[in-house]
Design a protein around this ligand. Sequence first.
Ligand code: ZN
Ligand code: ZN
Length: 345
Amino acid sequence: MKALVYHGPGEKSWDSVPLPHISKPTDAIVRVVKTTICGTDLHILKGDVPAVTKGRILGHEGIGIIQETGDAVSNFKKGDHVLISCITSCGKCEYCKRQMYAHCEDGGWILGHLIDGTQAEYVRIPHADNSLYHVPPGEDEEALVMLSDILPTGFEIGVLYGTVKPGDIVAIVGAGPVGMAALLTARFFSPSEIIMIDVDESRLSMAKKFGATKTINSACGNVAEIVLAQTKDGVDVAIEAVGMPQTFDICQNIVRPGGHIANIGVHGKSVDFQIQKLWIQNITLTTGLVNTNTTPMLLKTVESKELVPGNLITHRFTFDQFLKAYDVFGNAAAEKALKVIISNT
Ligand SMILES: [Zn+2]
Ligand SMILES: [Zn+2]
């Protein structure tokens, strides 16, 4: 089969590799129909995730058809149409019992990280009963690819951990795919304002279409001063969806007393946490890796059209154009790319 293989920092290729096989009775083999590229894949290619070794097939998102199941898989059978979760969960360990699937003792984020991933014609899914979801009949496959990772990530780690409430002022720093997912799902709770902050004008104009009430281009001055001037004393919830010291700083400078900073960004460096100012402000700071425990709920909101995640897709490719898809996603600003879909046709 063909697959996108990591060959060390800066090196990848579209290779012929052996087909995956059932290695445990709880496994399923899925024929990948549609997949995408995540910002995390770009981090891996830069060499920021040393746990990923040479020869690894990347990717942790996708939709497919079950090809084969192990003897212990009971929820799925050959031919079933499935959504692949970016998080693998055994369903039995202490963390799984607490719905903290991100920390599953025999799973978590392993696809395209510690085991071969979804940017391939076929993928082995461990603990298939707990790590796959049935695709509702007639649903838009492309839209559902957004449920593998970005929508649950924006919703759980941004909106729920940030405890967005009706009437809140919410600021989202970073209008990339996960920031946009936080924007779309923050609207479930009817905040009075959603302020989107980014350096990219085309992403800010997309954010307006998705329901941002205000946008601020952080290249145009001191964002914290602008936010404080436009609010009584800051925001109730500041969602960090970039992962840099400067963007974390914006969040800690705009959060109001009693507010929440919800960090989603993948940080490669330490930040300067202003505890000497914030100790008296009754704020909460949360961090996290997505658990995907909200995926069944999000599926229902997509079915009811409350959530229309297909709008996040800007570019489409076929599997033989995989390297081109990486070029476009890797130059997102110049290409005006948000999410790309790659189809196995
Ligand atoms: Zn991802
Ligand atoms: Zn577990």
